[in-house]
Design a protein around this ligand. Sequence first.
Ligand code: GDP
Ligand code: MN
Length: 346
Amino acid sequence: QSEDSRHKFRLQNTFAEQQSSEFAALENATFVTLARNSDLLGLMNTIRSVEDRFNNRYHYDWVFLNNEPFTEEFVKVSSSLVSGQARYGVIGLDHWSYPDWINRTAAAEVRNKMRNAGIIYGDSESYRHMCRYESGFFYHHPLMREYKYYWRVEPDTLLHCDIDYDVFKYMREEKKKYGFTIALREYISTIESLWDVTRQYLSHVPDALNSNSLLEFISDDYGVTYNLCHFWTNFEIADMDFWRAPPYQDYFDFLDKAGGFFYERWGDAPVHSIAASLFLDKKEIHFFDDIGYTHPPFTHCPMNPIERGLTCSCLPTQNFDWQSYSCTRQFYKAQNMPLPDNIPNA
Ligand code: GDP
Ligand code: MN
């Protein structure tokens, strides 16, 4: 088969899809991956699995972001795997460097202390820039500004089940603003003052707290303390208009001024999760139970997949949801959802 005839076939195929009534209009949405050039190898199987399980029927765009220019190899390989338009953006220094109110000597001392204490990524400067970027800036990138919804994808992750509906359309039609697959507990040593600073913010802006919030997911005592539960943000399907507007943008600015992204090691996961749990209506937060997903070392695998008509390449015994370190139980409770039948005791 010549290049030319293959190209023709593709065009005809696309045309046929557009003619069919099943081919609905795309949502204003994109995949987004923050990655280093060295992440390419870990990304190839990931992109392939997202395409095979979902995107080969929709062809959504995929935005790749990096604090350094992507190499030609990265662009060539990743764009060949994406069925939608692959787009590449460099992150400006204004979003990936120290703000002027941060004392870099003090920040370096913290990294040293955390290294000696053996705190995961505690000694890493780049990890802190990454967490701050994912908390406060990715949705402002000029490429991301063009979209409303995103699905965040990280290297070395996999999807396990066919997704036979448009998840972005689901988000819009069901008025969802935040979707996750895995929830778990954060290491307290990385966010020691985050809850105090959050409470300070709330005392300045009490109206920010939603009257039907998911507070019970993140606190077991009505907000006195944080129970460390958070959505694992390496997977997110969400509405960026939530991040772009107050109260979230104000909340992020307040956190940023407090300095904990550098003086501690605040992750974007607790930051996003606390914000979603406080500022959104709990009905706007969705557990994508039907999306089998692994980010090592944890897997979410739907229970009773065959009975539910799901085509999965994971086993429910791999499921992390009901293990003691998981917070999926807390989510069900906070949503007043009955726990599924036959969950294993943890
Ligand atoms: P973990 O999942 O918390 O262990 O952290 P990862 O190493 O997976 O990093 C989270 C995400 O940020 C992944 O998508 C990485 O590719 C990306 N990332 C981490 N550090 C950097 C960095 O310094 N530069 C860029 N461009 N991406 C990064
Ligand atoms: Mn990761």
